[in-house]
Design a protein. Structure first.
Length: 394
């Protein structure tokens, strides 16, 4: 087993529990095979941690244990899966929700791997070729701990081609769509269509807040709406009307389906396939106002007309959204960009309201739900930031 000394500045971070290894972790360039296990040493050659190396968009590998000699094998994987299962007993027995994260990478002990649960089916996501080299042992360990899983699929998220990223893994094939429940609402999901399934599971608590607290009697605008999950939660929560806007052609059919599986008529709501910024100008020209505006954009997006980056463009977009908010309107601003720090995000929100001469109140804040545990020392792992903001009229 190879032994590698890390730089002095990396020692403290690793000791504090930061799991990610980057090019700055080491003083010299490291050559390695995908999935190679290494022992990390301090510059004084003292044991620091066990890690595996793998090229990925986040770095060069992950620390997986602070116990010397621990290796990646079936027994190790089984232990991590059992711990994750024990921590999710409430969700596993929740009759109102049967879609959630069953295993969350470094937060549950196996960096580079997540497993999502969809109504008795599992979806494995591999984030590097390195962790995928252990696929056989991981799957065997998983089956021992979760024998009730009917069937499984896998997503190769380190690949560039979305169409080839998904495949059937084992057991029964899931119906398409597979209906799942979340907070009593049904959602149509597709487990073998590229990287996406139709719902982002990390927004469960936000959708529940819309359902229970923020939608009743209100007009709702859902921007970057994807399959309209926020819109359906709002409609089920008593919204008088929802408008869903997304540039992807598939959003129309997918959003209609989400309404229909809940017994709602999609024709009672508005679904627009268009660029969100074009819609904002349309809404302003037509003097449309919304009581609740949901904003959950991708970290980066490019259309024929423009590019969007959350760190550069979010604040300017908020200024436009303020123009179409009703008196004392509520905003739900969300970002899943790990590089977009919480305090920077909140400062961008403040700057937008200041530029418009408006005052706001921070009503509520959300981060990752309990089934998405993350090491406290890793901001990359704890990526989700959601602010519920209310416009205050002086």
């Amino acid at each position: 087993m190879k032994k590698l000394a890390v730089s002095k500045r990396a020692v403290r971070a690793i000791k504090q529990g930061a799991p990610l290894l980057t090019e700055y972790t080491f003083e010299k360039e490291v050559a390695f095979e995908e999935g190679e296990i290494v022992t990390l040493l301090t510059p004084e050659n003292q044991f620091l941690a066990m890690a595996y190396l793998a090229k990925q968009n986040k770095g060069l590998g992950w620390v997986y244990s602070h116990k010397e000699g621990t290796t990646l094998n079936r027994a190790f994987f089984k232990e991590q899966f059992q711990g994750a299962k024990n921590r999710r007993q409430l969700l596993l027995h929740n009759e109102e929700t049967n879609a959630f994260r069953l295993f969350n990478a470094e937060g549950d002990g196996i960096p580079g791997l997540t497993v999502d649960y969809y109504n008795q089916y599992a979806v494995f996501s591999w984030y590097s070729e390195g962790i995928y080299t252990y696929q056989d042992e991981i799957i065997q360990a998983f089956k021992e701990v979760f024998p009730f899983i009917k069937g499984a699929y896998e997503k190769h998220r380190y690949q560039a081609n979305d169409e080839q990223a998904s495949s059937y893994l084992y057991g029964e094939e899931a119906p398409a769509p597979l209906l799942v429940r979340e907070n009593g609402i049904q959602y149509a999901t597709y487990l073998d269509e590229g990287w996406m399934t139709g719902i982002f599971l990390d927004q469960r608590h936000v959708r529940n807040a819309i359902l229970e607290k923020y939608a009743a009697g209100r007009t709702v605008l859902n921007t970057f709406s994807y399959t309209g999950a926020f819109s359906v939660a709002a409609a089920m929560g008593g919204a008088v009307h929802t408008t869903s806007v997304d540039v992807a052609n598939r959003s129309l059919e997918k959003t209609r389906e989400q309404f229909e599986v809940n017994g709602l008529n999609p024709d009672d709501h508005t679904i627009r396939v268009m660029d969100v910024f074009d819609y904002l100008r349309y809404a302003k020209r037509n003097e449309l106002l919304f009581d609740l505006i949901v904003v959950d954009p991708p970290s980066f997006a490019r259309t024929k007309k423009r590019t969007f980056s959350v760190t550069k463009d979010y604040s300017g977009m908020i200024e436009e959204l303020i123009d179409i908010a009703s008196n004392q309107g509520t905003f739900i601003f969300s970002s899943n960009a790990a590089s977009y720090k919480r305090d920077s995000f909140l400062e961008d929100i403040k700057r937008a309201f200041t530029k418009k001469g408006k005052t706001f109140r921070l009503v509520e804040e959300f981060s990752l739900p309990e089934d998405f545990p993350a090491p406290k020392s890793s901001h990359i792992s704890n990526y989700l930031k959601v602010f519920v903001i209310q416009l205050v009229n002086k």
